[in-house]
Design a protein around this ligand. Structure first.
Ligand code: MYA
Length: 630
């Protein structure tokens, strides 16, 4: 889908959108379904709230009421670990020292292993703490509040390093590797990125060739920027392998995932990279030279490694949201402690509107980030398979919000914020990478918009099919027609009022208006651009931005309503945060959606292309100096 210069690969079926749904084309002769069409058809209902709003449908199972999946016992287990984790960060770990030394000392790491911190989600039977995603998310918050550099050592190990073994491992693979990576001080890493393959993860060049006896693969290639690359003895490695297409018999390179042990031989790594932030974590190149991998170390199916890679990333992304919600909380604490005490112009700076506005905005971003992360983790814990869009949204939102919150905290502290001793400058350096790794904000925005649009396109195709045989699809057609008719004349439409407490009804209405406009705009851009939508990145970004704000509104409406229903002591504040967010976010959504379908966008796009082309040609700005008339 995101083959940015080769949109044919995804074979999106947008042709249906060439014509208006109710036009003559809808009754054209039915196209014979190819196997590919059938394979692409949804096999079960997609429960993702976000995917469904792309097609104008409201599927609320994942979002209302706010999930609460932990049993009392699970809550207690997680809580019992919060204290030891807190104590580890206050008594043992020293984030500033780790940053200064660009390494975590062995005693600190040993203490983390002893706490069970490296195998939080590994089942007890394999020596781990056996926690689910939500319990893990609680611990991530503590990590995020104290040391992001150490968090990457921990996250690269379990959120992606050996996550593939948990998700795809055979019983033998689990038996062999999980005890080691959970408790025996064996580090894991995730080796995907290569010099020529960053966002375009499918284009890796590392190759593994099967031996003549079929018992091994021989791996050659190199990986860059591998977190824990210099520490790991077990790695999840992705490489091209020759596969025979079952349908055509053609030979084709496809990615396969492998569990690679350093002890297999031929595995070396470069020196630790010198980085802007997360210095405490080890980042290194990893080289594979004739590394002999037993066939039983293929992870998942041969040729299906790309799916393994993206699903590991999808599965781990909520952890980043949880982690960064902890980071933001800490930044807010530092900023408020300062604002409460700092006097300027004869009064505490907390009395100034500007500072109040900053602090409130920071809390809104933190609240929304946390609400999303725990909504997703709990959906995953209750068995949902449809969380890809939501985790991508949460990754974008949390990494961008944390940056803003930390930046504003520094601004509130003024000169003091710029000093090393406050600790915020380290957090800011550490945070910069979060918008880049595990999928850049840019690539994930395209992923969100295009995946949602593909889902909407499939729905339109279904509708077209129904029109070919209206007699047996009357109910479906009628429901669609009435949905469109009522929303066109401003009646009916989405109603969220039943899901929120009475005082939030008005705000739920804002979100509902956005959802309706979102569905209509998605359909309109599909009609307008057809399959060329893939090349309309600005339109896609507007849709993605609108979807992100909608998810933030929904997650907070749901969580704050729950807080009010339970009469929590923080309920009033949570409702206020949600109200403010709803007012601001709904305005942004409407702006983005207007932009996405505006006729002016193409004129603007041409202008931007012209300007940027000139700058690229010149490799820099192109203007005559203001005091130079030559
Ligand atoms: S690790 C390196 C991270 N690298 C990336 O994230 C790479 C980003 N790129 C991509 O994700 C993909 O290449 C994109 C797809 C999205 C661009 N879920 O033709 P396609 C399916 C499910 O669109 P492409 C790092 O940084 C798609 O449906 N399926 O693919 C670690 C299609 O299937 P089908 C997906 O154009 C840093 C097929 O794949 C997804 O090549 C350390 C092909 O699709 C998806 N997402 O590009 C972090 N995407 O054919 C430490 C595609 O059936 C962790 N597909 O239709 C820190 C954690 C926090 C700390 C914790 C502390 C406690």
């Amino acid at each position: 889908m995101l083959k940015l210069n080769n949109y044919g690969t995804r074979k999106l079926i947008f042709d249906v959108c060439k014509n208006r749904l109710y036009s003559a084309s809808a009754t054209a002769a039915p196209k014979v379904k190819t196997e590919h069409d059938v394979a692409k058809e949804p096999k079960r209902d997609n429960e993702s709230f976000m995917a469904n709003i792309f097609r104008g449908s409201l599927v609320t199972k994942q979002v209302f009421p706010y999930p609460d999946v932990l049993t009392l016992e699970q809550k207690e287990t997680a809580n019992s670990l919060l204290d030891p984790f807190q104590r580890f960060f206050t008594d043992v770990n020293n984030a500033a020292r780790n940053d200064e030394n660009s390494v975590i000392d062995p005693e600190t790491l040993k203490a983390l292993w002893e706490l069970g911190g490296m195998g939080i989600q590994v089942p007890n039977d394999y020596g781990g703490l056996g926690m689910n995603n939500t319990q893990y998310a609680r611990l991530c918050q503590i990590v995020g509040a104290h040391d992001l550099g150490l968090g990457i050592t921990l996250g690269a190990h379990q959120s992606i390093g050996f996550k593939g073994i948990l998700l795809y491992g055979t019983p033998e693979q689990k038996e062999k590797y999980l005890p080691k990576v959970a408790a025996e001080e064996v580090y894991a890493a995730f080796a995907l990125t290569e010099p020529s393959s960053g966002s375009d993860a499918n284009s890796i060049r590392s190759r593994a060739v099967k031996t003549a006896d079929g018992k091994h693969y021989i791996l050659n290639g190199s990986k860059i920027w591998i977190s824990n690359g210099g520490l790991a003895d077990v790695m999840t490695v992705f490489a091209q392998t020759e596969q025979i297409d079952k349908k055509t018999g053609e030979k084709k390179d496809k990615v396969t995932a492998f569990i690679v042990e350093r002890s297999f031989g031929g595995v070396t790594n470069g020196a630790p990279e010198k980085k802007m932030g997360i210095k405490a974590s080890n980042t290194a190149e990893v080289y594979f030279e004739d590394c002999k991998i037993p066939i039983e170390n293929v992870l998942g199916k041969e040729g299906e490694g790309f799916k393994v890679a993206v699903n590991i990333l999808n599965n781990g992304r909520f952890g980043m949201g949880a982690t960064l919600s902890g980071t933001m909380k800490k930044c807010i604490e530092i900023a408020t402690a300062h604002a409460n005490n700092r006097t300027q112009f004869g009064q505490k700076i907390k009395n100034f509107d500007t500072i109040q506005d900053k602090i409130a905005q920071m809390n809104i971003l933190q609240y929304a980030t946390e609400s999303m992360a725990f909504m997703i983790s709990q959906n995953m814990d209750s068995g949902s398979q449809d969380y890809h869009l939501e985790t991508a949204i949460s990754k974008i939102y949390s990494s961008e919000s944390a940056w803003t919150v930390c930046d504003e905290a520094i601004q509130i502290l003024g000169g003091m914020g710029f000093m090393k001793e406050t600790g915020l400058e380290r957090v800011m350096r550490d945070l910069r990478i979060f918008r880049i790794f595990e999928g850049t904000s840019e690539i994930l925005r395209l992923f969100v918009a295009l995946s949602g649009i593909q889902y909407a396109g499939n729905h339109l195709k279904e509708l077209q099919r129904a029109f070919r045989n209206p007699a047996s699809n009357l109910g479906f057609i009628f429901r669609e027609a009435s949905k469109r008719a009522t929303s066109t004349i401003g009646l009916g439409g989405t109603d969220l009022s039943a899901f929120v407490v009475p005082e939030m009804k008005e705000y739920a209405k804002n979100a509902a208006v956005c959802i309706d406009l979102f569905g209509r705009t998605t359909e309109a851009v599909l009609m307008k651009y057809n399959k060329n939508i893939i090349n309309e990145q600005i339109v896609l970004n507007h849709l993605a931005n609108a979807s992100i704000d909608i998810y933030a509104m929904i997650a907070t409406l749901s969580r704050s309503s729950r807080a009010a229903q339970l009469n929590l002591p923080t309920a009033e504040h949570e409702l206020n945060l949600t109200k403010a967010l709803s007012l601001q976010a709904s305005e942004r959504v409407i702006q983005h959606l207007k932009k996405a379908s505006s006729g002016q966008l193409q004129t603007e796009k041409k202008m931007i292309q012209k300007i940027s082309q000139k700058i690229f040609d010149e490799e820099g700005v192109h203007s005559t100096g203001p005091i130079d008339l030559n």
